[in-house]
Design a protein around this ligand. Sequence first.
Ligand code: PRT
Ligand code: ZN
Length: 285
Amino acid sequence: MSRLKIAVQKSGRLSEKSLGLFSSCGIKLSNGDRKLMTVSSNFPVELLFLRDDDIPHYAEEGVADAGILGENVVRESLCRVETVERLGFGSCRMSLAIPRDEHYTGLTWFQNRKIATSYPVILKEYLHNEGISSAIEFTGGSVEVAPGIGLADAIFDIVSTGSTLLMNGLREVEVVAKSEAVLIASPVLSDNKSCILEKLLFRIRAVKSASENKYILLNAPDRALPQITSILPGMKSPTILPLATKGWSSLHSVIREDEFWEIIDRLKMAGAEGILVMPIEKMIL
Ligand code: PRT
Ligand code: ZN
């Protein structure tokens, strides 16, 4: 039986979370020493440990069947691979930054200036679309020091908290793109491997949905139920059970994590009491 070969980052920001994703999908991996590869004992996958920059090329050529890496690296590679799922970790932005004391006048500030970056492909495309012509200086690492040493006027780089820019006297002025870890697939997958990928995706989506939602339980007077039900649509509709106290019910539902605080306020105003909110481990839609 064939196994789906998935390339993950050997050591870097995405390594632990990538392995954690397999574990929360119930896929056991012998820890090994992450030399080159590891095989799962209970699911037909094997992991290849690589530098993230190599993953798109390996996937394009079918050396790896799939891979987990930052969207930024996929875009920059120009490789023909399919992005099959956004994974919700490794989030960052790709931004233009200039020396803090410069007066920023909008994108035209960059006209005829020099920008240092490790992502020339993405930057070139962006500037082209915006009608700005700048010189692009490719820099393999430590892009943020470029303006300070006179190598460039500005930089285009990944920003997460913004502290690297701050420490180097730079200011983020344009967010060019957002990025997060994604699962990519090779364009040359056999039917059998596509089928394994589908099974893996089913598990990944169940884990992702669970982390994006919360289970909510609350008590409410029966007269408030129509209003509360309209606030809490749930997966189909909320479950309503009568309480021992006459005229009161318990209501169970699922709410999205990002709507949580707003919904809680509305529920309280509608008469909900004893609200309990719990994490969901897996969610199959
Ligand atoms: O060795 P390998 O080539 O595999 O790894 P790498 O060094 O190329 O990549 P790595 O491990 O640094 O990052 C892997 C991926 O994580 C990136 O491709 C992004 O998709 C994602 N990611 C998320 C980040 C960041 N956040 C991030 N903050 N990648 C890099 N950074 C760097 C950034 O380059 C800058 O130097 O962190 C600094 C900025 O961080 P803040 O928090 O100071 O703004
Ligand atoms: Zn890299």
